[in-house]
Design a protein around this ligand. Sequence first.
Ligand code: ADP
Length: 502
Amino acid sequence: MNDTALNQQTDIEVTTYNKLYIGGEWVSPIDGSIEDSVDPSTGKVWARVAFGGTKDIDRAVAAARKAFEGGWRSMPGGERAALMRRFADLYQKNAPKLAEIETRDSGRALRESRLDVGSHHNCYHWFASLADKLSGRTIPIEEAVHAFTTRVPVGVVGAITPWNVPLMSAAWKLAPALAAGCTVVLKPAEQTSVTSLELAKLFEQAGFPPGVVNVVPGDGKSVGAHLVAHEDVNKISFTGEGATAKKILRTGGDTLKRFSFELGGKAPHIIFADADIEQALNAATSSAWALCGQSCALGSRVLVERSIYDRVVAEFVIRAAKVRVGMPLDDSNHMGPQAHDEQLQKTLSYIEIGKHEGAKLVAGGKRLVTGDLVNGYFIEPTVFADVRNDMRIAQEEIFGPVVVLIPFSGEEEAIAIANDASYGLAAGLWTQDVGRAHRVSAKIDAGIVWVNTYRYIRWSTPYGGFKNSGWGRENGLEALDGYLDTKTTVISTTGQFPDAYA
Ligand code: ADP
């Protein structure tokens, strides 16, 4: 379903993915189109991708419904698990290739993609291991009644994924959905759709029944919105921006389907003076610039106790200079470009906002255009010091390699600043005082708090946000819950029912 040809004008090999994966078949879009996918490191088209239209969504949902009713929901959990494991093995085998494609499409440094994509098979295995353990419970009431619950899949799921980590996001949604017995229509983001079509190949190879997983890339506002509004979709699992989530609620609200939302973040990363500063700096600088700043869990707001503030600022400047920014497929580089031009422009505009707000730019701040990087969307690792928490650069999600350093004095102020944000996804804190670790972590409004570590994320640990960072959880048993309904059955053991009108 894909072939590669040389583009004579750009001298770049362009791979065409001209089919959608629907009902176990590779089909041409009915009312969609073939769109360009740009390599953000060169600014040039590297792939052409089939985008579905609304009619394609309709047939994908119909295929998912047919697969759900036709056997997937009632297939013994152990059999679903076996298929998932076969898929996970294929995923593991193909991980190096998938990582390379993800890097090509999103610009994420290959050394990062390899680590991340190389772990996803574990997510599929972990949820596979739960597929035959979806037990309910018995509820003791009285002898004449046997009451019990069963766990049933919610049905057809629309999985809408973002452009920054398409494969990880797909794993976090598909693995629990399939384990629960749901069927899925996956709609990846416009900018990075290719890896989801590669995933579809693996589902096909693993022998999944037709229609259990369907992949339809497409425009969010029309095709994504159609999936959201669809009467026959029972749940939307969405990762993306808060503004889009609100639109989704409005579009899908009429159908009363279920929603889970994994949205943005502006995570506080708090460094107390009593911390192991070296380790804290390792974590804080790593999480400032990983994924070129394009992840909602990153510690983009670093809160530093005043007595060590100057030292931390100086270290950030030194370490920013050590980040090797360059072609993402080159293993020696730490950071690639922003994933698309719009994001690059957004980041550059926030850097201007920070300067106007009076924050002190102490490192980076510019687009990189030398040599090979000339047409790519590269930007310097950027550090703002002397930032106040009420500045826009401290409150709004930039999604670029821009970190803000905010001083504080004492625990209370650290907690107050940390919680003074509309987001509540993640937080980190560094201290060697065990009591303080407990006190502060308990008071931070975030779905996940890391103490003396950062971005420790696994398929088994629930992940998701408070406040504007979302609803529901991905990963962990809580993620599985999101794809299940509880059904209560009450059976009379006597069959006697009194005549109310005797
Ligand atoms: P960003 O603005 O960073 O691209 P979005 O939240 O717009 O983030 O995108 C995340 C995902 O949501 C993408 O797959 C995108 O196509 C999809 N999307 C965008 N708008 C809508 C919408 N109105 N309804 C459903 N999905 C949408």
